[in-house]
Ligand binder design. Structure first.
Ligand SMILES: *[C@@H]1O[C@H](CO)[C@@H](O)[C@H](O)[C@H]1NC(C)=O
Ligand SMILES: *[C@@H]1O[C@H](CO)[C@@H](O)[C@H](O)[C@H]1NC(C)=O
Ligand SMILES: *[C@@H]1O[C@H](CO)[C@@H](O)[C@H](O)[C@H]1NC(C)=O
Ligand SMILES: *[C@@H]1O[C@H](CO)[C@@H](O)[C@H](O)[C@H]1NC(C)=O
Ligand SMILES: *[C@@H]1O[C@H](CO)[C@@H](O)[C@H](O)[C@H]1NC(C)=O
Ligand SMILES: *[C@@H]1O[C@H](CO)[C@@H](O)[C@H](O)[C@H]1NC(C)=O
Length: 901
């Protein structure tokens, strides 16, 4: 008690401190409003053991870093540490994949160690580059223990076709250095910071003129970290492709002066002409067409600027002019997780490169827009017919003033804005790393863009764009171990998405429509692949006649009005005074539950109502006889109510009213959403919700003093990080660190309706064991038997005739964990009998009791097998007490279930 009082004290002082910070920041003008409402929640969560049609490739090698998909040969080439594999793209798990072993020699590794490099990570041959060279050969480069080498691969025999050659100018030395490269017409274009101390550079390597970027007097690239590159054949009406350009995407240190904010790093796109041959005297062996511009991706109303470009996916359109660039952006603060997805069109990019230039008059100052005269021909343009007609048929023939201008003005003034001037997606708590996009035509003939995005924790999010925003259809746990996804590739031929990570490669089908079990489920999903055919959710690509299919990507709620949904009907017979959990698990994270009793909505689930709702069902507390009736659980999503399950609850009088037992209140709170507003209950939560500073506490504020704002923001974020770190470390000790933490944090922010929380917990629970808690009570009955009864269902255990299970409810996962001991069969499993007392009469013989703790998992309580009355009763209560006591101390984060109000 003293302890909890102390905690209470600490908590209130912490709250006061937070409040003080808030006030200080408020007066400083920090806009506390955060775009919580924009944060997109994945509709469905699938854990790795629930993935269907998943194929894995793993070998003794690690650090699978490069992937090359060859649609024609149906091969997926994968470069790892010390090896390259040729996998069968239709089934990457097929055994005996051809392999090329290529590890650095031990002598080379020794030298690497002498250079002071890490022999656990850097002194290996990490394959960094793997692409097609010509019709018969591939080309690859490896870091080769800090001495890069490149080699040709004979594709047919899958062997190295020659001795490796020098790779110093083509490949970075380290395994994690930012790097992008392309082979175009057998010439290699690379961008990286090659050696440890060298400047970043964009290069074209021999045989044709080797070109580089300029370092002096103006440095074209500043600590650039490259993430992607692409060739865009944008030559209009030219057979020679002389206006084709190569685009490079990166983040670099900012040079320009900006009025509204100061950022040290900015996202950029740079381009060079494919036909560039360098200058004659000025810019000899340098690009004459290098220009760069800033890519912006921000939520200006919240002053969120995503300056770090993490990856770029270039989606070719029907014509080169329709090319789209999908970028994943992050915040500059490394310890704050947040991602935004912005899309840029080629025409926007081109417009910036046609616009004004920036200049920097004396090297110390910041860059400003250049307003002077621009020489002719326009600096940075490619040599096209128009220039050839003016006798400039190679870049070496460009006039000196043009080249000199290019040399000093690499930066464009105009910033490139994303489509709709805002991100397609914003997500806190997730760092996306890689993505791939493809287009599919829905049954209404509209083209939809489907994005597959990998996270830094080994998850894959699938999203569809609807009216300029992304709807996340599902999140899939592709890798059980937390690790960054570093490759995502799509094959429409194989209808597969390939996901690479340090530990392996996974192949997944592009969609899994069968997951959706009802018409509404299928429609709500908004998966462009999926449509309802009257009986099931099917893949539209497998249907030639699509006229009868139902799909509604645009609104996600139309077409199912006349379809029948199966409602599960279950019966519950309990005694007065018992606590009954009526389970209702929603498959969608976007749905909220709604309960009716005999047709009328249950109002107010407050403490005194006798009802509590949680993420997994409705709890009837100390049931009264007048609470008997038909309870129906509805899932409300997209303004549509879909009934899920109906319980026929019969509450009977008990012979002997059980005496109140101490831990009951705690017991209930395990399931509740609304915390009992008592001192006792709140003392269970030693810490205030940590991310409080992110809460939209105030709407009165508007951004004014920007510098102060940033200072305060940094202060808050710093403080937040400290709090979060402490909390996470603690949680890491206490809980099995999974994805739960995320949801807890999110829930702690109290920004979501109850049922959106702890979805993964729900899923975890669902996938791991199909248990159903039926009646919970720590009361002893007259016979002295503890009737904390748990009941197994859907897991193959007998129903005892009490439950009527309609097919379609509950999906026994093939990989689910070992089910707890099944209760023995009741003698006559027949129709429900309205007898009271112990449902199924199991309690006397049930060897163990299952309890759900922290809303996350079941805890097995041992119960004495002995028929001995009072000891077994005592031990049960004691066990519970111990556990609850322990929970009080381990529960640092406010549980999702308790954090609202
Ligand atoms: C390579 O894999 C090992 C083990 O999975 C991991 O510790 C290391 O960070 C990885 N290195 C890179 C560069 O991905
Ligand atoms: C890939 O696997 C499929 C079936 O699993 C098989 O039909 C095909 O021949 C294989 N392709 C190669 C190149 O081995
Ligand atoms: C790395 O080098 C250290 C000596 O500096 C040595 O003890 C260790 O065994 C080496 N580790 C590996 C994996 O080679
Ligand atoms: C492809 O390149 C390799 C390596 O330079 C060469 O040996 C081979 O003959 C080339 N193949 C064709 C078809 O040009
Ligand atoms: C460039 O143009 C000049 C004059 O029109 C011509 O003599 C020369 O051959 C051309 N060079 C190339 C490489 O086409
Ligand atoms: C509910 O159960 C009671 C007895 O347990 C039964 O009389 C009643 O008909 C049931 N109601 C429905 C709708 O099944």
């Amino acid at each position: 008690m003293r302890r909890s009082a102390e905690m209470q004290e600490a908590r209130s002082s912490a709250l006061r401190l937070l409040l003080l910070i808030c006030c200080v920041c408020a007066t400083a003008g920090y806009p506390f409003k955060t775009p919580l409402d924009l944060d997109v929640i994945p509709r469905v969560t699938v854990l790795s053991n629930g993935l269907q049609g998943c194929r894995r490739f793993q070998s003794s090698a690690v650090n699978y870093s490069t992937m090359l998909l060859e649609a024609d040969s149906e091969r997926l080439y994968v470069g790892a540490r010390g090896a390259v594999f040729a996998l069968n793209a239709s089934d990457i798990s097929a055994s005996s994949a051809p392999t090329i072993e290529w590890e650095a020699s031990s002598e080379q590794k020794r030298q690497c160690l002498l250079k002071g490099k890490d022999n656990k990570t850097e002194c290996f041959n990490h394959i960094r580059f793997l692409q097609r060279f010509n019709s018969t050969h591939l080309y690859m480069c490896g870091t080769h223990a800090f001495r890069p080498l490149c080699a040709y691969i004979d594709e047919e025999r899958f062997v190295m076709s020659s001795q490796p050659e020098e790779g110093r100018d083509k490949c970075p030395y380290g395994p994690t250095t930012g790097y992008t490269a392309l082979i175009i017409d057998q010439q290699m274009y690379t961008a990286s910071q090659y050696e440890f101390r060298s400047f970043p550079d964009i290069r074209r390597n021999s045989p044709s003129p080797t070109l580089k970027t300029e370092d002096a007097p103006t440095r074209w690239l500043n600590e650039a970290d490259f993430v992607g590159s692409a060739l865009v054949r944008e030559s209009l009406g030219s057979s020679t492709g002389d206006d084709d350009k190569i685009y490079f995407f990166f983040t670099e240190r900012s040079q320009e002066q900006t009025t509204t904010y100061s950022h040290s790093r900015v996202a950029r796109v740079a381009r060079v002409c494919k036909g560039d041959r360098g200058g004659h005297l000025t810019l000899q062996k340098r690009w004459t067409s290098f220009l760069k511009a800033r890519l912006t991706c921000s939520l200006p109303e919240y002053d969120f600027h995503f300056n770090m470009l993490r990856s770029m996916f270039v989606m070719p359109g029907n014509t080169p002019q329709d090319t789209l660039f999908y970028g994943i952006f992050g915040l500059e603060w490394k310890n704050v997780k947040a991602s935004a997805v912005c899309r840029f069109s080629l025409s926007e990019v081109q417009e910036a490169f046609q616009g004004p230039y920036m200049e920097n008059q004396d090297s110390g100052s910041k860059w400003k827009e250049y307003t002077g005269k621009i020489p002719d021909p326009r600096p940075g343009t490619c040599i096209t017919d128009a220039l050839r007609a003016r006798d400039m048929n190679v870049s070496t023939a460009l006039p000196d003033d043009v080249l000199d201008f290019v040399r000093r003005h690499p930066l464009m003034s105009q910033q490139i804005q994303p489509s709709d001037r805002r991100p397609l997606l914003f997500r806190r708590t997730t760092d996306y790393t890689q993505m791939a996009v493809y287009m599919i035509q829905g049954i209404d003939g509209q083209t939809h863009h489907v994005l597959y995005m990998g996270t830094d924790e080994g998850w894959l999010h699938k999203a569809v764009e609807v009216a300029g925003e992304l709807h996340i259809i599902e999140e899939l746990q592709v890798f059980e171990e937390q690790q960054p996804v570093n490759n995502v590739l799509i094959s429409t031929k194989q209808m597969s998405v390939y996901v690479g990570s340090p530990s392996g490669v996974v192949q997944l089908p592009l969609s899994n429509c069968r997951r959706y079990t009802s018409c509404y489920d299928c429609i709500f999903a908004r998966d462009p692949h999926c449509a309802w055919d009257g009986a099931q959710c099917v893949d539209i690509l497998a249907h030639v006649d699509r006229s009868t299919l139902i799909q509604d990507i645009q609104h996600g709620n139309r077409g199912c009005e006349n379809t029948q949904t199966d409602v599960v009907l279950r019966s519950r017979t309990v005694r007065v005074g018992d606590d009954v959990l009526l389970q209702c698990e929603l498959s969608s994270n976007l749905a909220t539950s709604l309960w009716t009793l005999d047709g009328s909505e249950l109002q107010g689930y407050g403490l005194n109502s006798g009802f509590r709702t949680g993420t997994d069902g409705l709890l009837i507390i100390e049931a009264r006889q007048d609470q008997s009736g038909l309870y129906t659980c509805y899932a409300v999503e997209n303004n549509i109510k879909v009934s899920i399950v109906t319980y026929n609850v019969t509450i009977c009088l008990d012979v002997q009213p059980p005496p109140p037992v101490e831990p009951t209140e705690d017991l209930y709170s395990v399931f509740t959403t609304v915390p009992p507003p008592t001192e006792h209950a709140s003392s269970e939560r030693p810490l205030p919700p940590p991310p409080a500073p992110l809460l939209p506490h105030s709407e009165l504020l508007s951004p004014r003093n920007m510098e102060a704002m940033y200072l305060s923001l940094i202060t808050i974020l710093g403080g937040l990080c400290v709090v979060l770190t402490v909390v996470l470390v603690y949680v890491g000790f206490c809980l099995r660190v999974g994805h739960r933490g995320k949801y807890s944090l999110r829930a702690a922010a109290a920004a979501y309706p109850n049922s959106k929380k702890s979805n993964r917990n729900r899923k975890q629970h669902r996938n791991s064991s199909h248990m159903e808690l039926k009646t919970i009570s720590s009361h002893c009955n007259g016979n002295g038997i503890c009737n904390g009864v748990s009941k197994q269902h859907n897991g193959g255990a007998p129903d005892g005739g009490f439950l009527q299970i309609v097919p379609g409810e509950g999906h026994p996962s093939p990989n689910k964990g070992p089910p707890p001991p099944a209760p023995p069969l009741p003698p006559t499993p027949q129709l429900p009998s309205p007898e009271c007392d112990f449902p199924n009469g199991l309690s006397a013989t049930l060897p163990s009791v299952l309890r759900r703790m922290n809303g996350n998992s079941y805890v097995l309580l041992r119960q004495s097998d002995s028929e001995n009355t009072s000891p077994s009763c005592y031990s049960f209560a004691e066990e519970l007490n111990k556990m609850l006591e322990k929970r009080k101390h381990t529960l640092l984060l406010p549980r999702p279930d308790e954090s609202s109000v």
